[in-house]
Design a protein around this ligand. Structure first.
Ligand code: FRU
Length: 469
């Protein structure tokens, strides 16, 4: 579709579709969700002059993966967000089939976007260009065109540039599928964001002792944190294993050391970033106060997307809550950004045997649990969390086939922080040692019901709605 035509259709879709979307009882009250249509990856997450920008993959015209634009929200506190003009819409010869994922940097004191222009051909093949766009004084984004064609030796699947500044140069990591169907991460360098020099593959299937590790790696992100270098990546094609790699595609990280001169990244094993049902394409930014913050898509490509009930209301998917990262004992930890605490209403405390606990309304709420033994918790009729002393098990009824499905985390559980928002829950285990993120679609307002003979302590806060829409 021509760019201007898509923008006109998008405006109509929002104006006509928003009332229905807002009537959806599963619509989040404090998470970011598309006004209408489909949201996937967070893009271009950055803070500039005190203002957070979060862009996102958005199909305004439907709940399928087409017409990918960059929507744009802005916030000063990570919690209250405002819509901004649509940042990018496809239609140029170098991005005709989608302005795909990418990142933002500040160059010439302007927010500058680096994204993938996706181009499909009638024979089913495709190519990709890495492209630039820059903010005007009015906060609109002007496309500056491609700066990097498809590198030699790769399929048309090369995308999702994440760019950062290191010493006196710009660096980029790119996700790729090579001609032997191996997923890779490429490292490139530039002095001016326009001329890019390929430095080589720094991680991927068949590299650095990983063995076979998927046919495509999407959405890489590389940064230093607490003395280590972290490479986030989303490999596609990993076989499920008992209790891990259970989602359609994985999102995880490799911890190691990047040698910028040799373009070599030595790293340890791959760890999943989230043990829940929905989590993909995370992107981080370095906040002006030094925190490494993360948003992710609370969805997974091709994972029962057809069955989400929100489609009937003309929208699908949400972002996770903003999270702060840290490295502790060689593992990445995630905690909800402290700014979210401003959503808390009046706190209620309770202590006793789980069986005797009162019920609590979970529509939009925060719950902290300190268990002293096994217990189980039901979140309305749609999800349960069970702790048997060794394993935490999250269970829901599959949207696709109605059968129970499970996700797991193993280890001693000393503390749980759960954030609910109508159709999602994010469970932070032991102050961020692991997280389980999931969508669920309860009938009516879900109530918390606890079971178990062991004592536990509980803190509960209702959360105040804060979305602009
Ligand atoms: C990940 C992804 C990216 C791509 C984008 C397209 O979910 O497939 O690799 O850039 O979504 O929307």
């Amino acid at each position: 579709m021509e760019e201007l035509s898509l923008i006109k259709q998008a405006l109509r879709a929002v104006m006509n579709g928003q009332p229905l979307a807002l009537r959806d009882p599963h619509r989040p009250t404090w998470h970011l969700a598309p006004s209408v249509g489909l949201l996937n990856d967070p893009n271009g997450f950055i803070q500039h002059n005190g203002v957070y920008h979060l862009f996102y993959q958005w199909n305004p015209l439907g709940c399928d993966h087409r017409n990918k634009c960059w929507g744009h929200w802005q916030s000063i506190d990570l919690v209250h967000w405002e819509h901004q003009p649509l940042a990018l819409a496809p239609g140029a010869c170098y991005d005709s089939h989608g302005c795909y994922s990418g990142s933002a940097v500040v160059a010439e004191d302007k927010v500058t976007l680096i994204y993938t222009g996706n181009v499909k051909f009638p024979d089913g093949s495709r190519t990709a260009y890495q492209c630039l766009a820059q903010a005007s004084d009015r906060g609109e984004y002007r496309k500056l065109g491609p700066v990097l064609p498809l590198p030699e030796g790769y399929s048309g699947h090369v995308r999702d540039p994440k760019v950062w500044r290191h010493q006196d140069a710009w660096y980029m990591v790119l996700g790729a599928r090579d001609l032997q169907d191996r997923g890779k991460v490429l490292l490139l360098r530039s002095s001016n964001l326009r001329d890019w020099q390929a430095l080589g593959e720094i991680a991927g299937s068949g590299l650095n002792d990983l063995g076979e590790f998927g046919y495509m790696w999407e959405c890489p992100d590389l940064f230093s944190l607490d003395g280590g270098d972290v490479l986030i990546c989303c490999p596609q094609g990993l076989a499920p294993q008992p209790e891990r790699y259970l989602n359609r595609y994985q999102a995880g990280y490799l911890l190691g050391k990047l040698d910028y001169r040799q373009a070599a990244f030595s790293h340890g094993e791959f760890h999943e970033l989230d043990a829940g049902f929905e989590f993909y394409a995370p992107q981080t930014t370095l906040a002006e106060d030094g925190r490494r913050l993360l948003f992710a898509w609370m969805g997974v490509p091709e994972q029962d997307e057809e069955a989400h009930p929100t489609r009937r209301y003309g929208w699908i998917h949400t972002m996770t809550c903003p999270r702060e990262l840290s490295l502790r004992h060689g593992r990445l930890h995630q905690r909800p950004a402290h700014e979210l605490q401003q959503l808390r209403g009046e706190r209620e405390d309770w202590r006793g045997r789980a069986d005797d606990a009162p019920t609590y309304a979970l529509g939009a709420a925060e719950l902290q649990l300190t268990p002293q033994g096994a217990f189980s918790a039901a979140f309305g009729d749609a999800m349960t969390l069970n702790w048997d002393g060794e394993r935490l098990q999250l269970t829901r009824v599959s949207l696709a086939d109605g059968r129970p499905e499970h996700r797991y985390w193993r280890g001693p559980v000393t503390h749980l922080q759960l954030l609910f928002d109508r159709s999602s829950v994010e469970i932070f285990i032991n102050h961020g040692e692991a997280v389980m993120s999931a969508r669920y679609f309860p009938a009516g307002e879900p109530q918390l019901r606890l079971n178990g003979s062991a004592p536990l302590a509980l803190e509960y806060w209702p959360l105040t709605p804060c979305m602009l829409e």
